[in-house]
Design a binder for this molecule. Structure first.
Ligand SMILES: Cc1cc2nc3c(=O)[nH]c(=O)nc-3n(C[C@H](O)[C@H](O)[C@H](O)COP(=O)(O)OP(=O)(O)OC[C@H]3O[C@@H](n4cnc5c(N)ncnc54)[C@H](O)[C@@H]3O)c2cc1C
Length: 355
């Protein structure tokens, strides 16, 4: 009988969990590496800040859905030849390596700590009369929507450095998001900044000199690509200027037939979205299986990056903003698609979990 292939998957986000789940069978020797003991549905994070019990479902311990493979709760620190090196000192040999380390990770590393973190965040908002949100990308806008919906009496101010909110979408989506937030009495300050380093309230001043009083603040600015751990290792030369791993049309890291990368850490030419990470995962899984079956002549599947941005931004519990190829829509339909359950049920189902 042929030796089981050794598959190492690094990163327990949307991308990595999809791939790990697929190779978690008796046919492969899977090692799965993540600094947290859980997968969290990222789309649900902002709801958890206003409703901590939501996190009971949106956070799933890796041990709940992985049954056969080995899970190492640690960070990857480098790759040398066909070995993955970890912060806790392991050197894990692999036949295939899959990298899905998304954006930089920080914060609680156990489900229990994460639940406590959300409880503290909710209490923080409950105790505040005024809330400051820094950043008007999807995270800042969704958080402002959650707070304005669940706590309509709080005075919320959102400060954004760009000319418009949600710059990853078209101008119509930005205008609709702005109008909706203003209708909820959120004060939106555009083209201005608050330095997020060493912030301490309750008195804040923007770069242009606007004074803002806030009892609680949230920094919602973009995170860096999670690839710094590859600096100084064999794969450093395949990072692009932004630190993204350059992949070929088959989702393999350029020049490496046995290393795949996907999700926010890879350089596919499209917006970075979780639903695209799952599409990439399907291609990665298919290509790895084809390669294992027929290493020399297998015709690998090509990944086709999305050409038109499709995205839904939730606006509180029932409403949402959807950008489709043909236009943008604010209202209950996008709300039904995303805002109610924030894809928690479908994410659980994809990992074989009920509820
Ligand atoms: C509030 C919010 C709402 C969103 N809404 C949507 C939406 O509606 N639809 C949509 O499609 N997308 C949405 N997105 C974007 C989507 O969440 C991301 O595109 C997606 O999470 C990317 O998945 P990923 O697995 O590549 O990276 P991540 O989710 O960033 O996961 C990376 C994983 O790698 C791990 N990791 C990092 N460094 C290391 C290391 N050195 N060693 C080991 N492990 C490591 C981390 O612990 C983490 O588990 C939203 C994002 C946010 C924040």
């Amino acid at each position: 009988m042929a030796e089981k292939k050794r598959i190492v998957v690094v990163g327990g986000g949307v991308a990595g969990t999809c791939v790990a789940k697929s190779f978690d069978t008796d046919s492969y020797k899977l090692t799965f590496i993540d600094p947290k003991d859980f997968f969290e549905v990222p789309y649900a994070r902002l709801r958890c800040i206003v409703e901590p019990k939501f996190a009971q479902r949106s956070i799933m311990k890796h041990s709940e859905y992985l049954k056969k493979g080995t899970f190492l709760q640690t960070s990857a620190t480098g790759v040398s030849g066909q070995e993955l090196i970890t912060a806790s000192g392991e050197r894990v040999a692999f036949d295939f390596l899959v990298i899905g380390t998304g954006t930089t990770f920080s914060g609680p590393t156990t489900k229990e700590e994460m639940l406590k973190f959300y409880q503290a965040e909710t209490q923080n908002i409950q105790a505040a009369e005024t809330v400051l949100i820094i950043g008007g990308g999807p995270v800042g806008v969704e958080l402002a929507g959650e707070v304005a919906t669940d706590f309509p009496n709080k005075k919320v101010t959102l400060v954004h450095g760009g000319e418009r909110l949600l710059e990853f979408l078209g101008p119509k989506a930005s205008t609709k998001a702005l109008k909706w937030l203003q209708s909820k009495k959120v004060t939106v300050v555009l083209n201005d900044r608050i330095d997020s380093e060493g912030l301490a309230g309750p008195h804040y001043v923007t770069k242009k000199g606007i004074a803002i009083q806030a009892d609680a603040h949230f920094v919602c600015v973009g995170k860096r690509v999670g690839s710094s751990w590859l600096r100084g290792s064999d794969l450093e030369n395949v990072l692009d200027k932004e630190g993204r791993l350059m992949v070929d049309r088959n989702m393999r890291v350029q020049g490496y037939s046995y290393v795949f990368a996907l999700g926010d850490v890879c350089d596919t030419n499209e917006i970075k979205q979780g639903y695209l990470a799952t599409k990439q995962a399907a291609v990665v899984i298919e290509n790895m299986k084809k390669h294992i079956k027929d290493p020399y002549t297998a015709k690998l599947t090509e990944y086709k990056p999305a050409t038109t941005p499709f995205a839904i931004v939730s606006l509180g519990r029932n409403l949402g903003l959807m950008q489709m190829p043909l236009g943008t829509l604010v209202g209950r339909l996008p709300g039904m698609l995303k805002s109610k359950d924030l894809f928690v049920g479908s994410s659980r189902k994809a990992l074989g979990l009920s509820g």
